[in-house]
Design a protein around this ligand. Structure first.
Ligand SMILES: [Zn+2]
Length: 147
């Protein structure tokens, strides 16, 4: 998977933010591009080819781009066709969901929680942004146990 380098406002609605992977990319958000590619395809072969369901297009800018390229040029290269079919499979596959590891706080919390302990706990939570939620739960639980 490629990761977005930065975000830019959609050039059409000028409201939604678009994840940008390269400067050559046209900044267009999913709803705007969906409107653009929601066109009747006359060629029955391509009509069937692009009939993969709205939700897949909503999920993947790659699929939207290929459909848009087809609408613009009325044809696809062999490479685009292959890439499209491969991307359809990739988008269909459910993503692996990794369980976040809970953070273990080895910060001693006594009845008189020091500012330093609070800072350390906060720092730990910030460092592990992805599991911050789990950390918060753990912290809350710790607090409750002491009541
Ligand atoms: Zn937009």
């Amino acid at each position: 998977m490629a990761y977005a380098r930065y975000k830019q406002k959609c050039a059409i609605c000028k409201t939604n933010m678009v994840e940008m992977f390269s400067a050559r990319q046209f900044p267009i958000c999913s709803p705007c591009q969906m409107k653009r590619i929601n066109q009747e395809i006359k060629d029955p072969k391509f009509k069937k080819f692009f009939d993969i369901g709205q939700d897949l297009y909503e999920k993947s800018s790659f699929l939207r781009n290929i459909k848009e390229a087809y609408l613009r040029y009325d044809s696809l290269t062999e490479k685009q066709t292959e890439a499209f079919l491969k991307a359809v499979e990739d988008v269909k596959k459910p993503r692996e969901v990794k369980e976040p590891k809970p953070i273990e706080f080895d910060v001693p919390i006594d009845s008189n929680i020091s500012m330093r302990a609070q800072r350390v706990a906060k720092k730990a939570a910030t460092a592990a942004k992805k599991v911050a939620k789990a950390a918060k739960l753990a912290e809350d639980k710790k607090g409750k146990d002491e009541e």
